[in-house]
Ligand binder design. Structure first.
Ligand SMILES: Cc1cc2nc3c(=O)[nH]c(=O)nc-3n(C[C@H](O)[C@H](O)[C@H](O)COP(=O)(O)OP(=O)(O)OC[C@H]3O[C@@H](n4cnc5c(N)ncnc54)[C@H](O)[C@@H]3O)c2cc1C
Length: 466
């Protein structure tokens, strides 16, 4: 506690000298450009000391900053376009500890702990308790002969990390004994999560963060970031190479139902725009130029389909979140004989990302055959509905990119999670908040996920990408 309060004082000092003049200009600017926000701030008597633009729909970063910082109240603006485009609400809601990288396992374990105690973190006085609609059920990864050794290696990593992920390996006959409805042909080994795995309602998690952040004085505004105003500084590195450093000064926001652009000054930007975060950094002309300046943020939308099927004779209540070695997955959806399923397409056959239309042929050709071969009862399924969402796909190594952007002095990144971002959001939010408040990680060292690995061309490969 002593450490925390002395740290708070430091933060306060730094920010009051560094941002002091800026903040008063910013407040009068706010008054002109976003009058309703100013009124809101005034009536709540919130002191606007730092304005952070938060584009991420899961406001876990905001939540932690406000929580750690209650003496030093931040006014934060959270922007989002529309929930219908956010990956969070279109995800399968799965959480698992079965990753190959220790960092990802730690992120899952920390997030699971957060979710287990969700009401301690996100409960709001006089409001209903948060119910994530959590279904506890292990992920069941199946391995063929060619990849069984990788599963064994992953298992060792999962068991070895400090907190110890609770996973069990099953032979084909043990698998058949536990889940008699599975056809084990081709399966040599299976890995089953015993704890901290299952699925939840992503909307509930998102809304819980949102509600808590709002209750702590955060301002939410809906609008689209269409451009940035920034300053440029050109320096030389040790090799004599020119390095361009940019600092965001203000963000242009287009408000809904308006053709007007509102420039909003900010001190810190958190780029958590999911599948669109690469596009957002392009607005800062990052990824053009030469040397380290030409490296783009390698995050782009990749369309993924989710199909809801009805199958009264399917696996039933004791159904895990099954990931077949073909890449096809399914899990139970509710208690009425429904399941959701899908698969990632081959790299060369990625669907068009211009819309969120569902390709039903993809189900017929790429999902159903593997599904029915693994669970014969699924031969008689009926497709009830479907949707599509965008993975925030990191084309470099399919892992999160977290931390300060090396060329943009005040932009933090939290993006590129490529299909596992929902479950890691509480721990990633805390990590980014630590970086903003302390300049370093305090609870989990996520430096392996910094942008620097992209500059060094050293991918951090996660083997369990679904
Ligand atoms: C089909 C599918 C299944 C998935 N299943 C799982 C799963 O089981 N488990 C798991 O952990 N993860 C899963 N994921 C991945 C997970 O959904 C994402 O990694 C995570 O939701 C990313 O959260 P985010 O807040 O970073 O991005 P998002 O939720 O996409 O939020 C980004 C927000 O930024 C807004 N935005 C973008 N550009 C701008 C702009 N210029 N101005 C203003 N706002 C902007 C967007 O509108 C959006 O609201 C799945 C994803 C999909 C598509």
């Amino acid at each position: 506690m002593t450490h925390m309060s002395s740290h708070r004082d430091n933060v306060k000092d730094v920010h009051s000298t560094f941002f002091g003049a800026k903040i008063s200009r910013l407040r009068s600017r706010q008054k002109k450009i976003l009058p309703y926000l100013y009124e809101y701030l005034s009536c709540l008597q919130i002191q606007t000391q730092v304005l952070i633009f938060e584009i991420r729909i899961l406001p876990s970063v905001i939540f932690v900053i406000v929580e750690c910082n209650n003496q030093f109240v931040c006014s934060l603006i959270m922007l989002c376009l529309q929930y219908s485009r956010a990956s969070t609400v279109l995800s399968a809601g799965g959480i698992r500890q079965q990753f190959s990288l220790p960092e990802n396992i730690h992120l899952s374990l920390a997030s699971a702990d957060f979710m287990r105690n969700i009401n301690e973190h996100l409960g709001v006085l006089n409001e209903d308790p948060v119910d994530l609609q959590f279904n506890h059920s292990g992920y069941l990864f199946l391995a063929s002969e060619g990849v069984a050794h990788i599963m064994e290696e992953n298992y060792k990593t999962q068991r070895c990390v400090d907190a110890g992920a609770k996973v069990r390996l099953l032979s084909a006959s043990q698998l058949k004994h536990k889940f008699p409805w599975i056809n084990t042909d081709g399966v040599v080994l299976a890995s089953y999560g015993l704890e901290n795995e299952g699925w939840l309602d992503p909307w509930m998690l998102l809304n819980a963060f949102r509600r808590k952040a709002l209750s702590m004085g955060v301002i939410q505004c809906h609008g689209e970031v269409t451009d940035f105003k920034y300053s440029i500084q050109v320096l030389r590195n040790a090799d004599g190479e020119e390095v361009t450093l940019k600092s965001v000064k203000s963000v242009k926001v287009q408000m809904p139902n308006s053709l007007e652009y509102q420039p909003v000054e900010c001190a810190i930007v958190v780029n958590a725009a999911g599948a669109f975060s690469g596009k957002l950094t392009e607005m800062l002309e990052v990824g053009v130029g030469y040397g380290i300046n030409e490296i783009p943020l390698p995050v782009e939308p990749r369309k993924r389909f989710v199909f809801v099927v009805h199958c009264p004779d399917g696996p039933g209540l004791d159904s895990p979140f099954l990931i077949d070695y073909s890449g096809v997955y399914f899990r139970r959806e509710g208690l009425g004989g429904n399941y959701i399923c899908g698969a990632s397409p081959e790299e060369s056959k990625e669907p068009d990302v211009g819309d969120l239309e569902v390709d039903h042929q993809f189900f017929e050709e790429n999902v159903w055959p593997s599904l029915a071969s693994r669970v014969p009862a699924f031969e008689k399924l009926k497709v009830c509905s479907s949707w599509a969402g965008f993975y925030d796909y990191n084309t470099f190594d399919q892992n999160g990119i977290i931390g300060l952007h090396p060329n943009i002095r005040n932009m933090y990144l939290a993006t590129g999670f490529s299909g596992h971002g929902l479950q890691h959001s509480p721990a990633v939010g805390r990590a980014v908040a630590e970086l903003i408040l302390n300049g370093k990680y305090q609870t989990l060292d996520l430096s392996a996920f910094s942008f620097r690995r992209i500059m060094k061309q050293e991918p951090v490969m996660e083997r369990n990408i679904v």
